[in-house]
Each structure stands twice: as C-alpha cells, then as structure tokens.
Design a binder for this molecule. Sequence first.
Ligand code: HPA
Length: 275
Amino acid sequence: MSYIMESIKKAAEYVQGRLEGREPHVGIVLGSGLGKLADEIKDPLVIPYRDIPGFPVSTAIGHKGNFIVGTLGGKTVIAMQGRIHYYEGYEMNQVVLPIRVMICIGIKTLFVSNAAGGTNLDFKVGDLMIIKDHINLLPNPLIGPNLDELGPRFPDMTRPYAVALIKKAEAIAAEEGIALRKGVYVAVTGPSYETPAEYRYFRNIGADAVGMSTVPEVIVARHAGVPCFGMSVITDVAHATDEDDYVTDGEHIVKMANAAADRMSLIFARLIEEL
Ligand code: HPA
C-alpha cells in the first residue's frame, strides 16, 4: 500500500474509534467565517485535528481545527470546522487528507462552503452563490500514483456538483425567500488576493467567483464517486476600474462570511433533511 493510502487509513481508523458508534452519512466543509454553522449541529462530538495521527492543522484566519460529529437536518453529519489550504504550505495530499478520511468512514455526500471574491460584476458583497462548476488553477490533488482503492486513474468531471442537489437548493431558497446566485468558482493558490487585471482575467475565462480552496476537495470526492454540493459567500467584489479606493482585506472577508452564515446554514440543513 502506498504511504498516502496508509496515512489515510491510519487517520480514518483513529477517527472511527472516536465516533462512539455514530455513522456520519454527510461530510461538510466549513469555510472562512462559516465555522459557526457548526453551532447548529446537535449533540456534537468534537475531534480536534491535532489529536489525529498525521493530520495537518489549519492555520488560516477564521478557521478552527476540529471535526464536529453530530446531527443536522435529522442526519448524522461530520463537519470540518476549518479546512486546510495549499497556501499554508501543505502538500496537496495533506490538503485533501481530511476529505479522504471522511470518505473512508463512509460519507455518501459532501457539502463544501467557502468565502470567495465575486468576479461577476453583478455580484454584491453578502450574496450566496451555488457552485455549478469550477475551474482548477491549483495543482490537481490526484497527481501521483493513483489510489486505486479510492477511484479510477482518470475520473470523470463532467458533473462536479450534483445537479439534483442544485435543483433542490434552488427550490428551498425560493421557499425561504433567500436570493441565490449560481456560478463558476475558480480556485487559485493565493495567498495574495487578486490584482484588478487578475479579476478581469478570471471573469474573462468564465469564472463568477474566485477563492483559494474547495476544488481539490471536490476533485478527490468525485474521484471516489461521492456527490458534492457547494456554496460560496461573496465576501468582496471585483471593481470595474482600478481607480476605486478599495482594498481586499482578510478580516473584512471573515466578517462578511459570518454575516451570511445563517442563510447558508439554513439551506445546508434543509438540503440534508431532504437527502
Ligand atoms: N480572492 C481569493 N480568495 C478569496 C477572495 C478573493 O477575492 N475573497 C475570499 N476569498
């Protein structure tokens, strides 16, 4: 067995041992400032990343480092309160290790969330966007010997985000009176935010939002055949001209994400209820 598969199994065995017999069917990744969705999880069991053998620790602002196992929307879920980013200096294998651990303990669906910059000029700060597709400008996490136990060498990526879940989310949002955008998310390394020319470039290649996460997680989930649903909170927006007196600031982004967390939590919880 490859050392990567061994590290996944070792971490998964440890987490399994701490589940007290619970069987999470849904995995959730909570992005910047969205960690408070974890407060909605009933009967929570907390497993700090630092306890898990070989686990990376999240160092990003607005990110704690725990798995939270409990009930949301009437289902047993495992949530990542804090994710690992490539810009933190971890190898891609480590960035996606927590996702593969959740897959090994049996999740059937993956929900991902993030804070993102709006490249679509119609987008406003605080908007929620369903991710309908992505563009990956990060190294592909499947590079290297294929983990045959998890999935095929050349996995299909024609439906990275489950169409049925997107439809359900739109129906739920309409019922709840929550406005939703739908668009393409482009993943970049960061950690510097985009220049005006880069925002323009991403808009021109077909992206509606830009961020530094999520896509590697979705790629390994799809590799393993796990359906995904993703949402971005638009925390800052590209400006049409370079002359505006404007900066992109991490603390502001976490605040804006926090402000949208309730709306996103509601959609996630109701979608999970309907799974
Ligand atoms: N760019 C990249 N990542 C981000 C942004 C952004 O504007 N906002 C939140 N995450």
